[in-house]
Design a protein around this ligand. Sequence first.
Ligand code: GDP
Ligand code: MG
Length: 180
Amino acid sequence: MDDDDCEGYLFKVVIIGDSAVGKSNLLSRYSRNEFNIHTKATIGVEFQTQSMEIDGKEVKAQIWDTAGQERFRAVTSAYYRGAVGALIVYDITRRTTFDSVGRWLDELNIHSDTTIARMLVGNKSDLENIRDVSVEEGKSLAEAEGLFFMETSALDSTNVRTAFEMVIKEIYNNVSRKVL
Ligand code: GDP
Ligand code: MG
């Protein structure tokens, strides 16, 4: 792929993780700068398309949100198909969601190439007072699994854009490396 082919290229990115960790709010914060306190299981909208500029080129990411299918193994292979990036999200206030990360990574590995851009996201960093998973634990899991790591807050916007854009940049770099 040469530089011109990269213009308008669409990268598929999936968001996975246990129910209620904030996946839908991370996406709505990133794509529409919106946050919802009362959310129902995600129904309807399957993905949002976001553009960003890298090296002076417009790069688009089609970011998929699980349609309320977060029960283990309920996310279908169609969801993962063609994904070149993934955000694996847990809630820093609920250890069970952190304990599930390994299973989500297994799922991801079954359905996609391990070379896809992957970021571990500890969401709800605004809830420091009821934190249940330390920053260090998140970091060391990410290091062990070869993932990027970031704590975010969809509520106060901390690191949300940065997390998505780091993944998209890494995908772009992966694509560039493959052709060089
Ligand atoms: P999903 O099931 O993973 O898509 O999670 P949702 O986006 O539906 O969020 C689940 C609940 O967590 C909702 O009540 C949200 O308002 C809340 N929530 C999501 N992100 C954050 C965050 O960063 N901080 C706080 N305090 N609450 C959040
Ligand atoms: Mg949701």
